[in-house]
Design a protein around this ligand. Sequence first.
Ligand SMILES: *Cc1c(COP(=O)(O)O)cnc(C)c1O
Length: 360
Amino acid sequence: MAFKLSVYPWIHQARFNGKTWEEEYIEQAHHTLEKERAMSDEEYTALVDSRNSLPHLPLVNYSTQYGLSCFEGLKAFPQPDGSLKMFRPDRNCARMADSMKGLRMPPIDEKLLLNAMKETVRRNAAIGFTPKYNPVWEKDFWQNGDAVYIRPFSYSEGGIGINLSYLPWVITVCTTVSQYFTPGTNDAVTSKRTRATHNGIGQIKASANYVTSILAKAEAIDDGYIEAIFLDAANRHYIEEGSSSNFFALFPGGRLVTPAIGDTILPGVTRESIIVIAREVGLDMIEGDVLLDDVLSDAVECFVTGTAAGVTPLSSLTHLGRKQEFSSLEENSVAMHFLKELKGIQYGAVRDKYDWMLEV
Ligand SMILES: *Cc1c(COP(=O)(O)O)cnc(C)c1O
């Protein structure tokens, strides 16, 4: 499974009271890690379930009933020197505030959220809930490296009418994650579904967007693929995104193309970072339309990016039974270069010249 959900004991809660954000750190039930590892499956499940519950949060509300919520996902990476560093957390805080504005909620205070993420990771680490750096990860360029996954999400006040959320919570939890995609042949397939439409909410990291992504990804997996690729709703001529990742295609001559940010594309922090690295290494980096036909006939490499996906090279893309293969997974590919560069920065092996890492 992609996310083994074992929520860490320390949780941060922020609540808008109509004027300001009130915050609180909550320590949920836990034992020492050693003791938790020795527990029976049943006991451990009960403990982790209790940790994944805040009884004062209302059951019936605009988030649980209508999907009126948004979230973030970012990681803190264990470093060889024993420290922990988050990757560009300021970008996630800014996007969380933007998402909340997009859903007409009072936006979270970005500074408060940044500090909350840091402090929550720190408190969990102080009681042993944090992965330790393992040099074995270097063998496959940290593709199987562990990290702390940080998940802030909005949660609305109780209510059953069709209403906006004026007094939301923003809850931040942490859990351990490792690899997101099961390794293998990394074949992707276009989805018949539509993730986002113009004047919709495709550019917001809204929970509601994930309904289609979950269905499309499940269908892709049923058919033996690792990822579903969404096409544009209006023409179905352009590639837009993966199920929860941004899409890049490399063409002959070093032309690297990714869809431009618009109201159907999620502005990924990984996407933004790969664009910087691509320009730095002298690729002809273009943010613009990615014509499906061009990718199927001319692309030499394709990959998807995201906090969970990292840089995932695609070995092929299939559209209506037509399969195009790519050299993205080969040792000296551009996709593999990005994968190594990004993971190298995140795990402290490559100099962080862009100042992207923030010590917890
Ligand atoms: C979160 C997300 C991404 C990736 O964004 P990152 O900031 O790189 O993690 C891409 N597409 C969608 C639809 C997303 O929700």
